[in-house]
Design a protein around this ligand. Structure first.
Ligand code: PMP
Length: 307
């Protein structure tokens, strides 16, 4: 029987027992860094495949470094804990793992350099975050993406997600699926929980790492598959908002959202308003890769039960 569990203060415990003191620094000041890792269930294989665990944990350790976390976080050790926790939960469905390093000190004051920190991990079932077939309708948010000079977007800092939350709610309350955020300089940054890729004249284009984006693991994978499997050129360059209105295709990438075609931006249809052909092909390739159907990319996966 499956059970929702957490790794908390050095132990594997039922989720109900993983509770924080209200004075915790991370709760008061948003001073935690986190990751999201997917476990994808393949019913034919009766296997749960965790996708790119090591890449996510490496990014967690980088985020922790940017937030001056003091603890020593060994990527191998954390990766092993993630797999062990997933195994103990025994899910036979798509799920999501959330490792966090959080400032656990109880003192008043926002300084981050001298506060104790700890690791926690929890797991939950998670189906589709965005409808993969319908295609997403998006709007350019009136909220600008937080700048590297304010809170670095390449670190997955929990407090930073207030910025994403404002944009997401604005989009949803306006009847859209998701928000696209612009940088302080007005160029396209990313979705509120996804990276963005535009296709123009057969070239896949995505904003560079220095445009206040999260350095996405799904994005890397999708661009790699486009180049390797579809022989399409890939470019990282700054994107203007108005280019989104004349793109041939747009799609978003993210751990929760996988590869999701975008069919409308600011009420303007993308192409003919249907999910694009390349976006669809990439979506299928990505889905096959993460569910263990493409043996050449097995090294991206950890099978939780059959290891
Ligand atoms: N940007 C933001 C703001 C996100 O929250 C996410 C989800 N982690 C992404 C991009 C996509 O990154 P990844 O593919 O590594 O999940």
């Amino acid at each position: 029987m499956s059970q929702q569990m957490a790794y908390f203060e050095g132990n594997f415990v039922p989720i109900e027992e993983a509770n924080l003191n209200v004075m915790t620094h991370a709760f008061n000041y948003g001073s935690a860094v986190f990751e999201g890792i997917r476990g994808n269930w393949n019913p034919a294989h009766e296997e749960l495949y965790l996708f790119k665990v090591r890449e996510h944990i490496d990014r967690l350790v980088q985020s922790a470094r940017i937030l001056r976390m003091n603890g020593t976080y060994d990527a191998d050790e954390i990766s092993n804990l993630v797999v062990e926790l997933a195994r103990r939960c025994d899910y036979k469905e798509d799920m999501y793992i959330r490792p966090m390093v959080y400032k656990s000190g109880l003192d008043i004051g926002p300084a981050i350099h001298s506060v104790e920190d700890k690791l926690l991990i929890y797991v939950r079932p998670l189906g589709d975050y965005l409808d993969p077939n319908a295609g997403a309708t998006v709007m350019t948010s009136s909220w600008r993406r937080v700048d590297d000079t304010s809170i670095p977007a390449r670190a997955k800092v929990s407090g930073l997600y207030v910025n994403n939350g404002l944009a997401t709610s604005e989009a949803k309350q306006n009847g859209m699926t998701e928000a696209i955020m612009l940088n302080q300089d007005g160029h396209v940054s990313e979705g509120a929980g996804e990276n963005l890729v535009m296709i123009r004249n057969g070239v896949l284009i995505s904003p560079p790492q220095s445009d206040n984006i999260l350095e996405g693991i799904t994005l890397d994978t999708a661009l790699f598959l486009a180049s390797e499997k579809l022989n399409l050129p890939v470019e990282r360059r700054t994107i203007d908002r108005s280019e989104l209105y004349i793109a041939d295709e747009l799609f978003m990438t993210g751990t929760a959202a996988h590869v999701t075609p975008v069919t409308e931006v600011d009420r303007v249809p993308v192409g003919d308003g249907q999910p694009g052909i390349v976006s669809r092909k990439l979506q299928k390739l990505f889905f096959d890769a993460i569910t263990g159907e493409l043996t050449e990319y097995e090294s991206w996966l950890i099978p939780v039960y059959g290891e």
